[in-house]
Write a protein that binds this ligand. Structure first.
Ligand code: TNX
Length: 550
């Protein structure tokens, strides 16, 4: 039996604190992390912070000069205890506040009289234009009120509230001498796009379900609401499918470089889904086909046209494998896989890849894409494919994910004119496996180096010439893992660039400013250190001195 998602909200951080915490390129032990934490003298003068420094930038922030709220031993969280999702949100907030402050932070019913200094999570009082995902947040001397139309909106308000508190609020250890002050003011906030994704390639190098959940902790802080898992590729098949045991036994047995690989049991995958749901993140599973499929071909000879399995593959080439599209067993296989994935996945989408199918003929590819779409639709899901699928005729609901390197793509433009919606992940901006600079230890550079500024400074709505802004559903930040074998390495590539992409997905275009973003992201570095999230301390950003813990 796997543990409940709520009891583990803090688990991975405590786990990191007990071991090794990496700081930028350097590595700190947990004892060094605690020295990071509590250097504040008891007599430190208290300065009132100005409300701000939030990533992604909210739609409206109005600081109230000189006003502040302080968390104390008397702070309670008030919400509607009869609404289980509100209580789950309140629990997540309490689990963040309790360890570092040492305060009890009880959760009480919103109908109870407000004691001085409560944090209220309410489904009343928010303006309707914040929509299902937005919230309103007010900080006054007498309390904090987060109001929203849904529990998801409240959760997003909580992610903002965390960032208004000192970074040390994230400490898994008790910090007795900190002042837990929040600058007063008013925030009204809601997303620009409904799809704000991260992608993790667990095929090239396998990451445990605990690692995936730690990544969910990190991405949900920036209001990312989809996590796309690249579950299969030439090098590894990572999800158990009943009736096809060799997919994991053989196809899951290795990875790039020849390591041991691994896979998720269906129970582990469900655990990831539940953990994601508790963070308002929807899992999008991807089984890449008809190419990028060697792990499956190596597992089952009948999926090959010549009936002979190729050997397992642990290199990094692409484009050499293809399902046998003329055999019925191929479609039986796809139907089984998609049916089981659909049953395991409450979210609306299944991604079927479709990229770099250079070992499939163009004619076969054009027949294959509609057939897979139909299978995905028949199991009740909407299909997503990499934008290569715009070469075929798409059903009206199918979404294309743009990973191109140019602003010109006639097939993509033509598809959008017929109604296809796009997720924007241009490789030159959003591919977080590309190096920051030529000196970056990990990563590839086929799409060019991507500095933090380059990841931030583009507009999803106008990136492809001739695509109407209304065709863009949102953005995604993929991390391919040919060159990264641990989550710590993945985080180094993702932070600070993933929050840059998250801001493009959430914040109104009118707030877009590299100067503003680079100042706001600077305030996040210390938070990542307390959370056990590795990052690249890019010289593009004026990080505050490490000793500044409040
Ligand atoms: C291209 S982008 C790929 C992946 C690689 C990636 C490496 C795409 C849809 N396919 O198979 O991992 O480049 O950067």
């Amino acid at each position: 039996m796997l543990r409940s998602p709520f009891s583990r909200v803090r688990r991975s951080r405590v786990f990191m604190a007990a071991g090794v915490i990496t700081l930028g390129a350097a590595v700190l032990t947990s004892s060094a992390q605690s020295s990071l934490a509590d250097t504040t003298p008891a007599s430190t003068p208290v300065t009132i912070p100005v409300m701000g420094n939030i990533v992604p930038e909210p739609a409206v922030v109005q600081p109230a000069a000189g006003v502040s709220y302080t968390l104390t031993a008397g702070t309670v969280i008030r919400t509607d205890l009869s609404a289980s999702e509100n209580v789950a949100d309140a629990n997540q907030l309490a689990l963040i506040l309790r360890p570092s402050t040492g305060f009890a932070v009880p959760i009480v019913d919103a109908s109870a009289p407000a004691p001085a200094g409560s944090i209220d999570l309410l489904l009343t009082g928010a303006p309707s234009h914040v929509g299902a995902e937005g919230y309103q947040l007010d900080v006054t001397a007498s309390g904090v009120v987060i109001s929203a139309l849904t529990a998801e909106g409240l959760f997003h308000g909580i992610e903002t509230l965390r960032q208004l508190l000192p970074a040390s609020i994230e400490s898994p250890m008790f910090l007795p001498r900190q002042h837990w002050i929040i600058g007063g003011g008013h925030i009204v906030d809601y997303p620009r796009y409904s799809y704000r994704g991260a992608m993790l390639d667990v095929s090239r190098h396998f990451m445990s379900y605990q690692d995936v959940e730690h990544y969910i902790d990190a991405i949900s802080l920036y209001k990312i609401n989809y996590l796309h898992l690249h579950l299969s590729d030439d090098q590894g098949w990572r999800i158990a499918i009943n009736g096809w045991p060799n997919l994991t036994k053989v196809g899951g047995s290795t990875e790039v470089g020849g390591g041991a690989g691994g896979y998720y049991t269906q129970a582990e995958y469900r655990d990831i889904v539940a953990y994601a749901q508790a963070h308002y993140v929807t899992i999008v599973p991807e089984i890449d086909m008809p190419g990028h499929i060697n792990a499956a071909l190596a597992s089952y000879p009948q999926l090959n046209c010549d009936g002979v399995s190729p050997p397992l593959y642990t290199g990094t080439n692409v484009g050499f494998s293809s399902l046998c599209l003329s055999k019925q067993v191929t479609y039986n296989f796809i139907t089984d896989v998609m049916g089981q994935l659909a049953a395991l996945t409450p979210g609306p989408y299944i991604h079927f890849g479709g990229d770099e199918a250079s070992s499939t003929t163009a004619a076969e590819y054009k027949q294959f894409v509609p057939r897979v779409q139909q299978i995905i639709n028949s199991v009740g899901k909407t299909a997503i494919g990499w934008h290569d699928i715009t070469a075929a005729t798409l059903s009206p609901t199918t979404i294309a994910e743009y990973w191109g390197t140019t602003h010109i793509d006639p097939a993509v433009v033509a598809a959008t004119k017929k109604g296809t919606k796009l997720i924007m992940a241009p490789a030159t901006r959003a591919y977080l496996d590309q190096k920051y600079t030529p000196a970056t230890t990990y990563g590839q550079d086929w799409a060019g180096d991507i500095s933090v500024e380059k990841a931030y400074d583009w507009d999803p709505a106008s990136f492809i010439n001739g695509v109407a802004p209304s065709a863009v559903l949102g953005v995604e930040a993929p991390v391919w893992t040919e060159t990264m074998s641990t989550l710590v390495q993945v985080e180094y590539m993702a932070f600070p660039r993933l929050p840059a992409i998250a801001e493009l997905g959430w914040s109104p275009e009118s707030t877009h400013s590299w100067t503003g973003f680079s100042q706001r992201i600077a305030a996040q570095g210390l938070r990542w250190q307390f959370m056990g999230i590795n990052y690249y301390a890019s010289p593009e950003i004026a990080w505050p001195a490490p000793a500044a813990t409040s």
